[in-house]
Design a protein around this ligand. Sequence first.
Ligand SMILES: [Zn+2]
Length: 192
Amino acid sequence: MLLFILAGFISFSTNAADCSEKIVIDSVEYKLPERWCDKKLDSLDMADPDKLTKLPDSLSFESYRIYVLPETKEALLLMSTQARKDSVFLIVDSGFRSVGFQKRIIKNRLMAGEEYQKVISYVAPPGYSQHHSGLAVDFVPSEAMFAKTKEYLWLKTNAGYFGFYETYPEDTTGLIPWESWHWTFDSDSLNH
Ligand SMILES: [Zn+2]
């Protein structure tokens, strides 16, 4: 009994650096990469699916059905309208993703023959992706070359005015991969 209580206490007190979670894909357990320890989204930060709203086709890559929270959509519409005036065309290919969808992304890459270590280096573990929040979007092309586009340069200068920030900027330590295409809305960070 005492051991049980102690074990409970220890696991509670080490929650601050919780790396113990296993990523389960198709009943296979994988290790949580260290850089994601403690980065799991709080359930309060997960978007309420009932609140999600679809982005207009004019903003969606190949008319994908992309959903985000209303405040994200509103800020994105304002931002893209301003960008168009500067001949910059912001197109989104990913918004809200459920935990199940995030698992499928990983599963599909594994089934295509990629190593787990490689996949998890650029796909967030299920439950850890900012895309669960309904606040994050990926701009097209959602790959490394986005950093070389005029869209990226425009975002670097202007996105802050609309409440968007680059979540994973170029990192000199090399620990966090640079995701120039991934931007998140945060109304608290609005630079007026
Ligand atoms: Zn993203």
